[in-house]
Write a protein that binds this ligand. Sequence first.
Ligand SMILES: Cc1cc2nc3c(=O)[nH]c(=O)nc-3n(C[C@H](O)[C@H](O)[C@H](O)COP(=O)(O)O)c2cc1C
Length: 305
Amino acid sequence: MIVNANVRMGDIELRTPLLTGSGTFGYGSEFEDLTDYSALGGIVTKSLSFEPRAGNPPPRICETSSGGIINSIGLANVGIEEFLGSKVNELPLDKTEVFLSVVGDSVEDFTKVVERLEDVERIAGYELNVSCPNVKRGGLSLGGDREAVTAIVREVRALTKRFISVKLTPHYTLIAPVAQAAVDAGADALTLINTLVGMEINAETRKPLLGNITGGYSGPPLKPVALAKVWQAAQVVDVPIWASGGIVNGIDAIEFLLTGATALQVGSVLFADPKAPTRILNEMIQYCERHNVDSFTDLIGGLRT
Ligand SMILES: Cc1cc2nc3c(=O)[nH]c(=O)nc-3n(C[C@H](O)[C@H](O)[C@H](O)COP(=O)(O)O)c2cc1C
């Protein structure tokens, strides 16, 4: 049986629902020889800010005793000038759909970056990172503030016809009102979720493992939190949801489709296994064959409650 792996989001058709999560796949070129792009519907690039950012002091990444990893990269990135000067030429535009992730500390930061990116041709869309927990200014407070999310999305919407997904933090008591606010302001999709704030220490040395002390917790332990947020948001919005959080195998991916996601981001798993998208896609297809499902699209929102 042939399983149809395509998923549609408005005018955009992804050849598979698998995307790479921002910050886990660089600008694409870094993984060129390691990953088979045919398994990917698209990539989301490292979050880009207007000014270059040096990021946090090392160590910036550690494993945890409860599984998963914590990173405190601190949104280190080259900034818009260098991106347009060099990185832009590395984007794998011939191989897959490219979504550019944008981050900022203010509404104006977001609009200044998107204004410049509008000249880059063949980009499928943007992911607005209003949620990164590592940034001391803005970051959480921006993502946690419904008015701020509304203002960012509304202003960016006014600048572009391109597809916009808004990436939300899990650190809300209720996700539904912020999800609704982002969609009301013009978001075409929502990405759920970004990392949880976490920390790990060494009791012997009494020192934190990360230079920044706290960071963003990701990997398998995030999955139940992400499933709940995707489910809660799917109850109130009609736009496609991009799931992010703890996907390491095909069954994880299927669980997110059933819960209401249309696209699925793989992140931390890429550090251990850059070929994970191919394996995950094959496992998803095997699930469909076992359950006589013709198309991934048929699984979206299929949870029996
Ligand atoms: C090292 C690292 C860097 C990340 N950088 C970004 C980033 O720049 N922008 C962003 O929106 N998310 C960033 N993330 C979050 C991931 O895109 C993803 O949402 C999160 O890791 C949860 O998915 P996972 O459990 O599959 O890793 C980063 C994650 C990791 C592990």
